[in-house]
Design a protein around this ligand. Structure first.
Ligand code: ZN
Length: 246
């Protein structure tokens, strides 16, 4: 079975639709979403509805929670806060209820799914190996899928190493590769607001029969999303950053 893994869509419908079309061309059987469906982008309802329809498992992110009023928005920067307040005014009641019903962690087979980190599902950013190294005791499955940083990444635990047992793993784009037989933390990157200096939408496909993982990037019509953001009165910096992938 092939699983499509998406994260951090952030109300960017053009990116989401492009990813779904690209993934359909490659073939997949089910979809998991690692949170932050909304916040920043101009199409929160459409993105929630598309994820509701397609995804078998979904966990919430910090922006989803902030829009719901489950997090203090003063912890967000000014642009993010403006977008959260705008999104609050847009979100349909049914979509709000559905987002509020999501569990912060899901376990399926050998995977744990969450947004931030195993230690703090909603808030902590796994930015480097030192943060990744602190996570292994906080989940029980072999692998954990997470999002939140908007940067595709793969960390592995090599047992028995005395000094520094956590390593980041470099990977090829668009090519299936066998996952190492060790515990792993994997981030598929962001659909709607990539931050690794590559503006293309990011997603991943896990093939459990072949035992392979593939990171994918796909171009989407960024200027359409940017135009909608300007029309909605969302902060200009949030629209501009999409062109640069930061
Ligand atoms: Zn996010």
């Amino acid at each position: 079975m092939k699983t499509l893994i998406i994260s951090d869509i952030h109300g960017n419908l053009e990116a989401l639709q492009t990813v779904m079309k690209s993934a359909q061309g490659k073939g997949f059987d089910r979809t998991w979403c690692l949170g932050d469906i909304i916040g920043y982008g101009p199409n929160p309802n459409e993105c929630v509805e598309a994820v509701r329809e397609v995804a078998e498992l979904v966990v919430p992110g910090n922006h989803d929670w902030a829009v719901l009023g489950k997090l203090d928005i003063n912890n967000f920067n000014a642009d993010a806060k403006t977008a959260i307040l705008w999104t609050r005014g847009q979100l349909a009641p049914g979509n709000r209820v559905w987002l509020a019903s999501l569990n912060v962690r899901e376990v399926v087979g050998q995977f744990t799914l969450l947004h931030g980190s195993p230690r703090h599902e909603i808030w902590e950013y796994i930015t480097d190996t030192s943060v990744a190294a602190k996570q292994w005791d906080y989940f029980e499955t072999a692998m954990c899928l997470y999002g939140h940083t908007h940067v595709p990444a793969l960390f592995t635990l090599r047992e028995g190493k005395k000094h520094g047992n956590t390593f980041s793993f470099s990977f090829p784009w668009g090519k299936p590769f066998p996952l190492p037989k060790s515990r792993l933390l994997i981030n598929p990157g962001s659909v709607g607001q990539p931050r690794d200096s590559d503006p293309r939408a990011s997603y991943a496909i896990w093939d459990d029969e072949a035992g392979t993982w593939t990171f994918h990037r796909v171009k989407y019509p960024i200027e359409i999303t940017q135009r909608k953001m300007r029309q909605a009165g969302l902060p200009i910096r949030l629209a501009l950053r999409l062109s640069y992938g930061w």
